[in-house]
Design a protein around this ligand. Structure first.
Ligand code: KG4
Ligand code: ZN
Length: 467
């Protein structure tokens, strides 16, 4: 057996059925992702009923493959973690029901993980993994080790290896006393105080485990959080968010308008390299949240789930306008027919173009310029607001995560801007940027240490929020 502290993560919130085994939130033993792209591509978006059905088909083999690749059996595990929201209700329920059954049958604790927290932990997992590799190379003990700090706390608290099953609480024991999901009121002083008190109270926490601004940018979310380590767990405060579409949604919708494949992000990313990013001057208006709400109830479901009005308007995003601007541009320049004609060729090819020749075979220069300009504008807006928030909060590092964090231009420009400002910018690996279960197992580790287990009544929460 590779060691104790093994958590099986399960993720079924949208269109990927994923399972992974992660050791102590720091070492990925396996990560298996079964994508449903082929199922949904012909509809140009995720069809919820089909997603649930595909999850049902894939969940048993995917979990089996994750255990096999990790070289472990169910009896080696210490907990089962599952995404409880946000996401598609039916899709979430497949993962939750299966995770519950596994946990119950094997007398394992069940840990509920917020999908957004999972994305943040994708970056932290990579960071810890690098440490594990470096640590094994350098061998000697280090008081700056975040992992060692956690392990020491765990050993101290449990007094036994985590894998020793005898003394376990019931899998469905519920201890919500340490539930940290509810957000905290936040101001820039809070961050500075948090940094100071962390340094005093817990010198075992390495500098790179300090508070960070996290940009979660995916198909369903464009959210800015302040993530702060608090003893053995993490606390999140919502700093900014989109008031309408998510950035990934804009990539998907614009790709659809242009007759490109689903999901749109990888197509736009691949084609933008061959266009002029300054050809079409897209702009984003500054959002005034109170004016946006106009005293009326928020229009979108997303807007209803968070009190946008209390957020600083400088950190609010809006991506629905740029989609309309692209549509108008296509109509004004007589490019609609050309876009429509592309659909059948794209469906036949299936994968985004890799070479200049393939890109030009698919799109004329004017379309490539439009694509490059769209991507440049979206990345520019994400950067502008994220760096404004980092400056305002005094944070020293940014975690950029979620499917859109796989974007090449985004990675390059965030990294360059961070270097110019002396702010560290961290991304997950490409595989961990999009939905996966390793991030869910990693996010579950602090909850495991805190014995923050889910009750037997755990259900899907499609609009679960963070912070
Ligand atoms: O995190 P994710 O896999 O699922 C959600 O939680 O939504 O993100 C999927 C989103 C899709 O909108 C997809 O178009 C976008 O991430 N995406 C990208 C890239 N790869 C995936 N967007 C821009 N550039 C990419 N390379
Ligand atoms: Zn996601």
């Amino acid at each position: 057996m590779p060691g104790s502290g093994l958590i099986l993560g399960i993720e079924t919130s949208c269109d990927e059925t994923a399972a992974a085994v992660v050791e102590r939130g720091a070492r990925t033993l396996s990560s298996v992702v079964a994508s449903q792209i082929a199922t949904h591509a012909r509809y140009g978006g995720v069809v919820p009923e089909l997603a649930s059905r595909e999850h049902l088909r894939a969940i048993v083999p995917v979990v089996g493959a994750a255990l096999e690749k990790a070289g472990v059996t169910l009896s080696d595990l210490d907990a089962v973690a599952v995404t409880s929201g946000p996401g598609l209700a039916g899709a979430l329920l497949v993962g939750i029901t299966y995770a519950k059954a596994l946990a119950f049958a094997n007398q394992l604790p069940l840990i509920a993980v917020n999908h957004l927290e999972g994305h943040i932990h994708a970056v932290l997992l990579n960071e810890r993994e690098e440490f594990v590799i470096d640590g094994s190379r350098n061998a000697g003990p280090s008081t700056r080790s975040p992992l060692r700090a956690e392990l020491a706390q765990d050993d101290h608290r449990s007094g036994e290896p985590a894998s020793q099953k005898g003394n376990r609480r019931s899998p469905f024991d519920c201890d919500r006393s340490r539930d940290l999901r509810s957000g905290q009121a936040f101001d820039s002083l809070a961050l500075r105080n948090a940094k100071g008190s962390l340094a005093q109270e817990d010198s075992g926490i390495a500098v790179n485990e300090a508070a960070a601004l996290a940009l979660v940018v995916s198909g369903g979310h464009t959210h800015l959080y302040l993530a702060q380590p608090a003893h053995d767990t993490w606390r999140y405060s919502l700093i900014g968010r989109t008031v309408d579409d998510a950035a990934g949604e804009a990539f998907d919708k614009v790709a659809k308008l242009l007759g490109l494949g689903y999901p749109g992000g990888p197509w736009i990313d691949a084609l933008a390299r061959f266009g002029n990013p300054n050809a079409v001057p897209f702009s984003f208006a500054q959002i005034k949240p109170k004016a946006h709400l106009g005293g009326k109830a928020p229009r979108t479901k997303a807007a209803r789930t968070a009190p946008i009005a209390r957020l600083d308007p400088r950190f609010l995003f809006s991506f629905s306008g740029i989609k309309t601007a692209v549509l108008r541009y296509l109509e004004l320049h007589g490019m609609r027919a050309e876009a429509k004609a592309r659909v059948s060729r794209v469906l036949a090819n299936f994968l985004p173009p890799q070479t200049r020749e393939e890109a030009f075979a698919l799109c004329p220069q004017a379309t490539l310029d439009l694509i490059a300009s769209f991507q440049h504008a979206v990345v520019g807006d994400l950067m502008k607001k994220t760096f404004a928030a980092v400056e305002s909060l005094g944070a020293s590092r940014i975690l950029v995560t979620g499917g859109v964090a796989a974007n090449r231009e985004l990675r390059q420009r965030f990294t360059a801007e961070g270097a110019a400002r002396g702010v560290a910018v961290l991304f997950p690996t490409l595989a961990l940027s999009t939905d996966n279960a390793a991030m869910i197992a990693a996010a579950a580790w602090p909850r495991f240490l805190a014995r923050d287990f889910a009750p037997a009544s755990l259900s899907a929460d499609p609009s679960l929020t963070l912070g």
